[in-house]
Each structure stands twice: as C-alpha cells, then as structure tokens.
Design a protein around this ligand. Structure first.
Ligand SMILES: [Zn+2]
Length: 51
C-alpha cells in the first residue's frame, strides 16, 4: 500500500515502501524545514494516509 503524508506546511511525501519510509522522510523534512519542531510517532501516524 502506498503511504502519503502531508506536513501542515503543504509538503507531501508519497512512498510505496510503507510507513517507516514516510516516517523517515518527515523526520528529515522537519529537521530541514522546521528546525525545533518535532512530531511524536502518534502525531505522524495520525496524518499518514493510504492511497
Ligand atoms: Zn513542513
């Protein structure tokens, strides 16, 4: 199943490789684009969509 995750800023990652892959990308995005902002596992899971 393809996982899609959209950051509140509008940045989106789509990965066919699953949940762990989109989590990895959002963590990198947060560090790069929103330094000082972190999301918990729960928050990340809540915004992951399956397409
Ligand atoms: Zn963002």
């Amino acid at each position: 199943m393809t996982h899609m995750l959209t950051c509140p800023c509008g940045w989106t990652v789509i990965s066919p490789q699953g949940e762990n892959d989109v989590k990895k990308h959002i963590v990198i995005h947060l560090q790069d684009t929103h330094p000082g902002t972190s999301m918990t596992e729960e928050e990340i899971k809540r915004i992951i969509k399956f397409i």
